[in-house]
Design a protein. Sequence first.
Length: 227
Amino acid sequence: MDRTVKQVTVKPHKTKRAIGRPSDPSHVVGREALINAACELLKTMPPNEVSGVKIARLCGADPSLIRYYFQDRLGLLIATAEKLTTEFNPDLAVHAAGESSQDRFRARMGTLLDLDAKNPFFHRLMLEELLESDQKPAHDLLENLAKRGVAAYRNIFDRGIEHGELVNVNIEMLFVVIVGICQSFDSAHRLYELAAGKNIERQTFLDQYKQFLGDLLINGAAKRSAE
């Protein structure tokens, strides 16, 4: 009787990897690198053109990492918005210590304009991607930012009214008007050049834009002596 034992090759057990994690470790980059790549792309293109593939390509990552770290593209854009707002919060805090309420108001609006000048699609990210989303994290982030913005302007105006510098205004309306002003900075720059019939350096226009808008809004909200 043939007692030859047939050898069986047992394949090694493969541990199931986490969803979205790339199998090739050479392509693994950190969560922060993906956020930074999204920030860079948003300086040159609108948020609807910022795809997961473009983000991954910029930092040399496997596109599946977006799903691994953020679940989806929207999750990455929410994290990107959080990073951008966190970066300019210290500037807002510094300007909040201005001597007069009018100075504080000008400084806050100027800081927001600086943010949009540096990140031209920041408010479009907020309004086109996050505001239009039905996802709770996007809603919570926007609600938090809106409440903080309104609270900051209310604090400035309450102090201004107390010291006879400012009059009472609709703070929520003021908040949305300033968001709209900041969002349109780049368009305003190009339109101004057409209207004035001359080119103007971007930083020069930014400085003049801040001064003009500050004068315009402060004159509308300034406390006037009774005639």
